[in-house]
Design a protein around this ligand. Structure first.
Ligand SMILES: [Zn+2]
Ligand SMILES: [Zn+2]
Length: 131
């Protein structure tokens, strides 16, 4: 009896995407955990409470929409559920929701926003081919 071992070489692309996502999630996790310690686990908009497994639906929103502004007292954070958070950002198409960092505090006019700019920046940072 021989065991049939197959090593699949698939999922490489998924791995790269997963890695980039993990990277971002890790960054978000650090202040998310702090925010969850500071605030009650309630959505600041709809007032729903999140416990146990549901807790991952609660996300940290930056009041000034600046991802890099993370004061330890949590004054720039607001806990929002994923639905309210999405709703909040569909009104302000800004960098925070897409994880784009603007170097040097450079301000971009909203009209100059391109939908794929965030992806391009992400790929450049991770030095990935654009194909
Ligand atoms: Zn909500
Ligand atoms: Zn937000």
């Amino acid at each position: 009896m021989s065991q049939n071992k197959t090593e699949a070489g698939t999922g490489r692309k998924e791995n790269i995407i997963a890695e980039a996502r993990r990277d971002r999630e890790f960054r978000e996790k650090t202040y998310r955990e702090r925010a969850l310690k500071l605030f009650p686990h309630v959505c600041g908009k709809c007032g729903r409470e999140f416990t146990g497994r549901k807790l991952k639906e609660l996300t940290v929103h930056h009041r000034d929409h600046n991802h890099d502004n993370n004061p330890p007292d949590g004054s720039n954070w607001e806990l929002l559920c994923i639905y309210c958070h999405d709703n909040e950002h569909s009104r302000y198409l800004d960098a925070e929701w897409y994880g784009v960092e603007t170097p040097g505090g450079e301000k971009q006019a909203p009209s100059a926003h391109k939908p794929f700019e965030g992806l391009e920046t992400l790929l450049k940072v991770k030095k990935l081919p654009l194909t």
